[in-house]
Design a protein around this ligand. Sequence first.
Ligand code: DGT
Length: 146
Amino acid sequence: MEDKKSRPKRTQWIPVAAGLMRKGNLLLLGLRPADHNLAGLWEFPGGKIESGEMPDQALVREFKEELGIDVEAGDLKLSCTHSYGDVNILILFYEIRFWKGEPKPLHHSQLEWLSAEQISQRQIPEANKKILDRIFKSLGMPWPKS
Ligand code: DGT
């Protein structure tokens, strides 16, 4: 029989839903607050998918909790995986085309509408850096670095 102790440690997977909210050639990003991991990085709003939730439900909940707006989750545009050492994350990026209300920084230290150029000059999570061009292309938005 296999010895439990000799088995490699199984890395935990964390599913995350994030929203790509567009205004012209700009996307909405939030600055992660100081008391969170990855503090000081600019992220696409969203968060962890909780047990029993569908990804689009998680997205709608997170936007209500963190930005105070009602959104409609659009198409799943792309996904990415990233390893933060002891945990792996799987991020599902949804387009958000329709929303009601003005986004407010209820959770983030700041919210900003940013262009592709501005985003590439900000500090963003490693997970997003490697797919930033694909995010813009998936929305049919101009990407300056190609
Ligand atoms: P909580 O309740 O403090 O655990 O926080 P949640 O559920 O709001 O989730 P959050 O935002 O802390 O977890 C998302 C994880 O995914 C976190 O490890 C950061 C990582 N991540 C990487 N890129 C992004 C991104 O563009 N947006 C979001 N929301 N998370 C990202």
